[in-house]
Every structure is written in structure tokens, then in C-alpha cells.
Design a protein around this ligand. Structure first.
Ligand code: DAK
Length: 255
């Protein structure tokens, strides 16, 4: 199977596992990844997801160029739509998703990392949106999500030149939150996931849902969403427990 899913208590790890093609995605992998995320959203007790690639060389080298080479416009649209469905499923997962980028994140690989809530990477990571070098524009959301992550001017430079971004630059421009030696990447991703999972699951989901609206067109819509979710949080047991624990000077226990 090209997509591996494992679970440790509140945290799931999804591993892209097609090392012979540097974890590039063909339709089969995309379908499997979509199924995995549709399944994860219903998993009881799941609080955080880590997305990573197998091996020490590549997170994902993008869409499968060998599969795309002969596509016509209709086939290209269908392949693009499948990539969109996967990126949207990641972005819309109620639980936060951390991309642990362990090497190349090119094209669709970079775009799936961008659909995650946050990215950390290894020292050997290299990011790029090289689609323009292949005669296509980014097709899995990179034109929308990269400007959000690094600002419109830097996104324009990266998308229009297709140049590589190494880990130190990725950190500097805000594409990743932290850079680690490759051996430390997954342990650090798990630490980050555990820090999230220790918090109120209701509040974490509400915060993710509200943040997702901050880029959904009209900022007023995002602010309205934030206000609605903030009010709704006061109807949850998590809010009662979290605030009661503070008052009682103890650690909250969220169930
Ligand atoms: N697709 C298919 N196979 C790939 C691949 C890819 N993206 N990347 C690597 N491979 C395969 C290689 O062909 C090679 O296979 P064999 O020749 O051994 O059979 C194997 O993985 C190892 O690769 P290399 O031998 O090239 O390894 P190196 O270490 O020398 O180089 C590399 C690593 C990552 C620098 C290089 O492989 C590379 O440049 N790969 C291509 C990266 C790339 O350009 N990715 C972007 C793909 S385009 C849209 C829909 C979708 C998209 C856009 C629009 N619309 C509908 C509008 C998405 C676009 C993309 O993601």
C-alpha cells in the first residue's frame, strides 16, 4: 500500500510511501490519500495528524509527471480536481494537520504541505513550485495557499521562477515553522502534535475552523465565524473543565 496510516493514542501519522518515485502521486495514491483523510475525520478520539513521506530523501516529488505527460485538457482537469479534493480534505479536516517535510516537496508535494495547518522540515528539505518549467501552472491550490504562507510577492517569485527553496530560506520566509536534523524530524512532529493534543479538543477544532475562514474572502465573514465559534465554545464540557481547572489550580482533563 502506498499510503500508510498509524495511530498512537490521540495522534495519527500518515506516511506517503512510494519511494521508487520519490513519493510522487499518481491517481491511485491520491485516491488512497483521500480515503485515508475521509476515514481520519471520523476517527473517535483523534486530536492531531502528522503527514510525512517515507525515507530520508523526499516528502513528495509532486504529481506523477509520467502519468500526466499524455493527458488532454479533460484528463488534466480531472487529475487537478482529484488533487484539489485531497488538499481540501486535509485543509478541512476538523483536527489540525502537521506536515513533517523530510526532503523534496515539489509541485503537488509542496501544495499538499501547504494545505496542512503548519509545516516543519528536515535540514535537507527542498521546496519548489516548478510547474511553470513543465508548461503548467500550479494545479493543487499552490497559487492560493502559497501567497497566504509567504506573502504575495515572495509567492509570485517562487511560482513564476519555479526555483528551489532550501530549508533555511523556507524558515526565513515563513514557509515552515522549524527546521530539524532529519533524525529529529518525526520526534519533533510528535512533540508538537502532543502539545496540541493536550489541549481542549473542542477548542482546538473551533480555533482551526475559525482560522480557516480568515482567508475565505471577506474578512468580516471570518470575524463573524470566530465570534460564533467563540460563543458556541461556552456550551462545551471542555470550556467548563478548562476554566474550572484554572480556578482550582490543577491540570485540566479533556475527554
Ligand atoms: N513524477 C514521476 N516520477 C518522478 C517524479 C514525478 N514528479 N519525481 C521523481 N520521479 C521518479 C524519477 O523519474 C525516477 O524514476 P526512475 O527513472 O528511477 O524510474 C525516480 O523518481 C527518482 O528520481 P530521480 O532519479 O530524478 O532522482 P534525483 O535525486 O536525481 O532528483 C528530483 C530528484 C526531485 C530533483 C527530480 O526527480 C525531479 O526534478 N523530479 C520532478 C519534480 C517536479 O517537477 N515535480 C513537480 C511535478 S508537477 C494541474 C494538475 C496537477 C499539477 C499541476 C496542474 N492542473 C490540472 C492544472 C501538479 C503538478 C506537479 O506536481
Amino acid at each position: 500500500m502506498a499510503i500508510d496510516v498509524s495511530r498512537d493514542q490521540h495522534i495519527a501519522t500518515v506516511t506517503l510511501n512510494r519511494p521508487e518515485a520519490l513519493n510522487a502521486f499518481n491517481s491511485e495514491e491520491l485516491e488512497a490519500l483521500l480515503s485515508a483523510f475521509m476515514w481520519l475525520r471520523e476517527e473517535p478520539g483523534l486530536r492531531c495528524v502528522i503527514l510525512t513521506g517515507a525515507g530520508e530523501k523526499s516528502f513528495a516529488a509532486g504529481a506523477d509527471i509520467k502519468q500526466m505527460v499524455d493527458l488532454d485538457a479533460q484528463g488534466g482537469y480531472a487529475f487537478g480536481a482529484l488533487g484539489h479534493a485531497v488538499a481540501n480534505a486535509i485543509e478541512r479536516l476538523p483536527q489540525p494537520v502537521i506536515a513533517a517535510v523530510n526532503g523534496y516537496a515539489f509541485g503537488g508535494g509542496c501544495e499538499l504541505a501547504l494545505a496542512c495547518d503548519m509545516r516543519i522540515c528536515s535540514e535537507n528539505a527542498v521546496f519548489a513550485q516548478p510547474e511553470v518549467k513543465l508548461g503548467i501552472p500550479p494545479g493543487w491550490g499552490g497559487s492560493q495557499r502559497l501567497p497566504r504562507a509567504v506573502g504575495p510577492g515572495m509567492a509570485a517569485e517562487l511560482i513564476l521562477t519555479g526555483r528551489n527553496v532550501r530549508a533555511d530560506e523556507a524558515l526565513r520566509i515563513g514557509l515552515v515553522n522549524a527546521v530539524y536534523p532529519i533524525a529529529d524530524l518525526l520526534p519533533k512532529a510528535r512533540d508538537l502534535a502532543a502539545a496540541i493534543a493536550a489541549n481542549s479538543p473542542c477548542a482546538v477544532r473551533a480555533a482551526k475552523a475559525a482560522m480557516s475562514r480568515s482567508f475565505a474572502g471577506n474578512p468580516a465573514t471570518g470575524l463573524d465565524t470566530e465570534l460564533r465559534l467563540f460563543g458556541a465554545a461556552f456550551a462545551t464540557a471542555d470550556q467548563k473543565e478548562g476554566m474550572r481547572a484554572f480556578v482550582d489550580k490543577r491540570t485540566p482533563e479533556f475527554v
